[in-house]
Write a protein of this length. Structure first.
Length: 232
């Protein structure tokens, strides 16, 4: 994710630059010495510590496996890594890396999440009603993404929020719960906020904290670079 998407160095809109410039379409391939398992129909069909990671601009991060370990699974060669093949993500039911189940894509070793408690201001309102107005926030700086503020529920009008049916998963922050706001007139603004009730250890400072979608609410956030957060 971090090298090839967002504003990563191999993305279409990098935040920085290479000197000398790298050729367009550059692909980075590296060893990934972690135990990767794939499960299909209840059986482990891949179990290896010999995978590679392939960082390709415009596409999600992917694994490449020695052809001998993929057995009869669908696969195709990886041109940049002779002898290795790519297995489509949907070809199996579950992917597991070092005991952690994955969703959508492999976790990126260059992706970092820093959760920094501080005094950055956050004010959020919906239909004229203020939901948050505090400087008691946690700033989350996540590689290649705009920084996002999270706030403890004690600083939020949680009486105006209702849990929605929406969920999403992030390989770095875990499963997200979404919240809708109910206005004074009884209107519902869907999925205005999200939270992570059980994040991995590196993101414990934002456990159960709420962050808000600036496209669904009026929001003023004191950040180095403004941007709508993502609960994915």
């Amino acid at each position: 994710m971090s090298l090839v998407t967002g504003r990563g160095p191999l993305s279409a809109d990098p935040a920085g630059w290479f000197h000398p410039p790298v050729s367009p379409g550059t692909v980075f391939v590296e060893p990934h010495p972690r135990r990767i398992q794939a499960v299909a129909q209840g059986k482990t069909v891949i179990d290896t510590e010999a995978a590679l990671l392939v960082h390709r601009g415009g596409l999600p991060l992917s694994y490449a496996f020695p052809e001998a370990v993929v057995n009869a699974l669908p696969h195709h060669p990886v041109d940049e890594a002779p002898g290795y093949v790519h297995v489509p993500w949907g070809a199996v039911d579950r992917w597991i890396e070092e005991g952690r189940e994955l969703v959508h894509y492999p976790p990126n070793p260059y992706h970092r999440v820093d959760c920094r408690p501080g005094r950055r201001g956050l004010r959020v309102s919906v239909a004229g009603t203020v939901l948050v107005d505090t400087v008691d926030t946690v700033a989350v700086f996540e590689t290649a993404l705009a920084p996002v503020l999270y706030v403890h529920p004690d600083r939020v009008r949680t009486d105006l929020l209702r849990r929605s049916d929406t969920t999403s998963y992030c390989n770095y922050k875990g499963w997200a719960t979404y919240w809708s706001a109910v206005t004074a007139d009884g209107d519902v603004v869907a999925d205005v906020a999200w939270s992570y009730p059980d994040p991995p250890p590196e993101c414990l400072p934002i456990a159960d904290h709420l962050s808000f979608d600036g496209s669904r609410a009026e929001m003023l956030a004191e950040l180095p670079e403004t941007g709508t957060g993502c609960g994915c």
